[in-house]
Write a protein of this length. Sequence first.
Length: 198
Amino acid sequence: MLHTAVLVLNRSFFPVHVTSVKRAFCLLYRGVAKAVDEQYQTFDFQSWAELSAAVHDETVGLVDQVIRVPRVILLTAYDRLPKREVRFSRLNILIRDNYTCQYCGERLKRSQLNLDHVIPRSVGGKTTWENVVASCHGCNCRKGGRTPHEAGLKLVKHPYKPSAFPFSLLLSRPNMYRAWKPYLNIVDFSYWNVELEP
């Protein structure tokens, strides 16, 4: 429960990050953030803890009480916006390719996919959006250090550089919560990942 996702908003209610429940509680306790409920009311740690947790709510047990898990928090002093350019990262490639092998078309779990250079690095292929795709282990082994044509494979769709990361893509993620939807349908978001080296 402590490692599930919480949406982080800047003080203008603009989504800027996704963090863990554990980190969200730390931010609430330190007074750096406030919990946001379904009616867009904000609560500091103490007032959030005093709210009665309904039976259907997700909760975390503390030493002397049970506290409702916030699914959205608001940073009290942060007003910057996320970058609009999508970082070139493993996760963002998998999201762009919809967790689907770009050779056989099978949709898989993240652990069952890896990345493949369409034009192999051994023949000058670059590590760029336009040359890296999601691939299942079987197709990646079959392709080896060859081009798809040489290996008898065809791309499901050609790789491309996304212009911006639409929040709507988060709606299909397994860790997306109903409480996030009012904040995600109207904005673009640059996902927070380690950028891959070219």
